[in-house]
Design a protein around this ligand. Structure first.
Ligand SMILES: [Zn+2]
Length: 87
């Protein structure tokens, strides 16, 4: 049961009740196959991510199973979508 009308309070409550650690857990597993991601050097993903992503992000991870490249914003956007869908 969401108790607050304020988005930040709702977010805090969801994180607490689900036992989430958004900093620690948000960027460790592939969204497609749930395989643990491996850090990859920035130079290794050039041409595999959109140019603006390559220009603005410093940390990248690679799924060793399906070869998807991730950067922190992919997970943050997904988390926001999921949090909105809860309401
Ligand atoms: Zn994967």
């Amino acid at each position: 049961m969401i108790q607050s009308d304020h988005f930040r309070e709702q977010l805090k409550q969801v994180i607490e009740e689900c036992g989430l650690d958004p900093v620690k857990d948000a960027f460790t597993r592939c969204l497609e196959c749930n395989t643990a991601l491996e850090p990859v050097a920035k130079g290794a993903v050039e041409g595999r991510v959109p140019p603006y992503v390559f220009a603005t992000q410093e940390k990248f991870s690679l799924c060793p199973k399906c070869w998807r490249v991730y950067w922190p914003a992919t997970h943050q956007e997904r988390m926001l979508v999921e949090l909105k869908s809860i309401r």
